[in-house]
Write a protein that binds this ligand. Structure first.
Ligand code: NAD
Length: 392
């Protein structure tokens, strides 16, 4: 079985789906790996390293798609809504596609993918069970984003993070607030703490408290309680507008006192809640920084512009998207290991287990035989149940 790795085409994307170091374990399991020439270059993995580990380099994208049984990508069409569509004519029925497909994004894009007949697996849907931890690409990218958001914010802040006692006087430490203490938020807390800042975090899930504290952060608590704060998968849940209004009000004082605010509060498949208003931004000291990691999902700050950095009321609001691509070496290393673990579970003895009752395979399978077959995704978009699923 051949795994193909095309070059990523989303503008500015520097990651690659498989890195040279994962190739030996794939070869051992009987796979051949073909890589489009230059696919890993931007991430720090030149063609020669792939060849050294046993991969074959192919001259162009079409050659990779036409020879591969499994195509591994970072941003497939669906998540790559800028250039991804150009891949649709290259995808074949009988072929498998693995990558970020944004399954709860545009139903139209997913339907277009389905119509190619390809068997696609969305890494966003990997269940949060122990066995799938090594495949959890969302967590890997969240880790990278949380780390990088702190560094970029530190660079944009006209202050330093740590407390310093010098002959020129004492410098007080910067105050960092993280809103949304999931994987990215926790990594942001850990990174800010390591840099010497006073790091605090807030999350509507009470379970986050202990995790924040274990990383050296302070947990911000408010006298409001979310209804069913956490779903069965461990994700935060959507709340009603009156809850968000209370959050905005309670957060305003804590935000105003912070030098850097990193927001990551999202709910799967929903627009991100606005938790930081224009009025709150106005209360912040000039030079303060907001890094809105939820920018791509609508933003947690009212003034965020996705993909841009703006200065409003003297506050720098960073709405960069695709932040994981800014650390391409390690983001690709982590993603490559996630995808390798996923593929090794998907194929046994040279055979695809797409029909298997394996929870990981069943929950990530998005399209097959011309249709969107994922039950959760069909329900999300209110698509009628498939005949094959009715009896189940
Ligand atoms: P996420 O990216 O979906 O959301 C980020 C955070 O925002 C979450 O912690 C969420 O609770 C929070 N949030 C949402 N709405 C909010 C609001 N209105 N106000 C404040 N906070 C809000 O989350 P994630 O990073 O994927 O992680 C969610 C949880 O899943 C975490 O507890 C994480 O540790 C856990 N997790 C478990 C596994 C596993 O068991 N294998 C793997 C990864 C993550």
């Amino acid at each position: 079985m051949i795994i193909g790795v095309p070059t990523e085409t989303y503008p500015g994307e520097r990651r690659v789906a498989l890195v040279p170091m994962v190739i030996p374990s794939l070869s051992k399991a009987g796979f051949e790996v073909v890589v489009e020439t230059g696919a890993g270059a931007e991430a720090g993995y030149p063609d020669a390293l792939y060849v050294e580990k046993g991969a074959n380099i192919l001259p162009d994208r079409a050659a990779v798609f036409s020879s591969a049984n499994i195509v591994a990508q970072v941003l497939c069409y669906g998540s790559n809504d800028v250039t991804g569509k150009a891949d649709l004519p290259l995808v074949r029925r009988e072929q498998v596609l693995v990558g970020f497909l944004r399954p709860l994004g545009s139903v139209d894009a997913i339907q277009q993918i389905a119509r190619t007949g390809v068997t696609s697996f969305a890494v966003e849907l990997i269940p949060r069970i122990t066995r799938a931890q090594s495949m959890d690409a969302l967590s890997s990218m969240g880790t990278i984003c949380g780390y990088k958001a702190v560094l970029i914010s530190a660079n944009s802040l006209p202050k330093i993070f740590p407390m310093l006692t010098t002959a020129a006087g004492t410098i007080t430490p910067a105050r960092i607030l993280v809103i949304g203490a999931g994987v990215a938020g926790l990594q942001a807390i850990a990174t800010a703490h390591r840099l010497g800042a006073i790091a605090s975090a807030y999350d509507l899930r009470p379970a986050a408290k202990e995790q924040v504290q274990s990383l050296g952060g302070r947990f911000v608590e408010f006298p409001i309680e979310a209804k069913n704060a956490q779903d069965a998968r461990g994700y935060g849940t959507a709340q009603d507008e009156s809850f968000y209004a209370q959050q905005r009000e309670l957060l305003s004082r804590v935000v105003a006192e912070s030098d850097v605010v990193i927001t990551t509060a999202v709910v799967p498949g929903k627009k991100a809640p606005v938790l930081v208003t224009r009025e709150t931004v106005r209360e912040m000291a000039p030079g303060s920084v907001i890094f809105d990691l939820a920018a791509e999902r609508g933003g947690n700050c009212e003034l965020t512009r996705a993909g841009q950095t703006v200065v409003e009321h003297g506050v720098t609001i960073i709405g960069r998207i695709n932040v994981a691509s800014e650390v391409p070496y390690h983001a690709s290393q982590m993603y490559g290991r996630n995808v390798t673990a996923f593929i090794l579970n998907l194929v046994k003895d040279g055979k695809l287990r797409a029909d298997s009752e394996d929870e990981i395979i069943r929950e990530t399978l998005l399209t097959r035989g011309g249709e969107i077959v994922n039950r959760r995704v069909r329900e999300f978009f209110s698509l009628p149940q498939l005949v094959s699923q009715r009896a189940a």
